[in-house]
Design a protein around this ligand. Structure first.
Ligand SMILES: [Cu+2]
Length: 257
């Protein structure tokens, strides 16, 4: 297929859809967050979450993270947080003045943990500090499909869910914080569980890959992040435009735009 033939059509279609798009919540969706450094960590990253029912495929890329801990790759606990304000806490959340924002200090803003983004096994809050089952090292990629509970899906859709990566190089912390134990895992130093990067999940502008759609796209998009497929049908927009749109979206997703 020559996609160049379709460049104009999807642009027009998407423009019309933007006007038609209402607040209707899609059951399935694509969400993303940019992880910004917390606690002077220098850690940042990107998160993409594609939901299908309560199944969520989570893709993360993290860099600038603490590299070594006890002569091994530094483990980085990572979670979805909900039930707060969907805000990543800044330095002003440091209630005890030790120069860092601990999880108890930050959780009223970021929320508490409904899901631990482990590499394998349990993903419940019980695995929040299961440091032997999290990614480790200074830079990593993560991909896993897990089941989320209804409250978590709801929070993600509402824009009140955050993703946090934990574990900061102790050398980057103020002296007062270097000596402390972790509030959530007293056998670990505070640095091991401090938030290192955080981002608020928001609906993606562009839907993620559509694994259910055949390459020809004849049947049209199987799912989108914002219900554009349903709207396309409702608006009576031609199948060719929908197909071309799907191709364009997939290409953009493949490029990582
Ligand atoms: Cu967390």
């Amino acid at each position: 297929m020559k996609t160049s033939l379709f460049i104009a059509a999807p642009a027009a279609a998407l423009g019309a859809l933007a006007l038609a798009a209402g607040p209707a919540a899609a059951q399935d969706g694509s969400y993303q967050a940019s992880l910004a450094p917390a606690n002077n960590s220098g850690t940042s990253g990107q998160v993409m979450i594609d939901t299908r029912g309560q199944e969520a495929t989570i893709t993360m890329n993290v860099s600038g993270a603490a590299e070594i801990w006890q002569n091994a790759p530094f483990p980085h606990g990572q979670h979805i947080h909900i039930g707060g304000q969907g805000i990543c806490p800044g330095p002003e959340a440091d209630a005890d003045g030790d120069g860092v924002v601990s999880s108890p200090e930050g959780d009223p803003l970021a929320g508490t943990i409904p899901a631990s983004l482990t590499l394998e096994g349990d993903t419940s809050p019980a695995s929040a500090v299961a440091i032997d089952r999290f990614p480790a090292g200074g830079a990593y990629s993560y991909n896993r499909t897990i089941t989320l509970d209804a409250a978590t899906i709801q929070a993600i859709q509402a824009g009140t869910a955050t993703v946090e990566v934990h574990g900061v190089d102790p050398n980057l912390l103020p002296p007062a914080a270097q000596q402390k134990a972790s509030p959530e895992a007293p056998s670990l130093p505070l640095a091991a569980t401090l938030s290192a990067a955080c981002g608020t999940l928001t609906a993606s502008q562009v839907s993620g890959p559509m694994p259910g759609a055949p390459d020809t796209g004849i049947e049209g998009p199987q799912r989108t992040g914002d219900g554009t497929a349903a709207l396309a049908d409702a608006a009576g927009i031609g199948a060719a435009a929908a197909v071309a749109g799907a191709v364009a979206l997939r290409r953009r997703a493949a490029r990582g735009d």
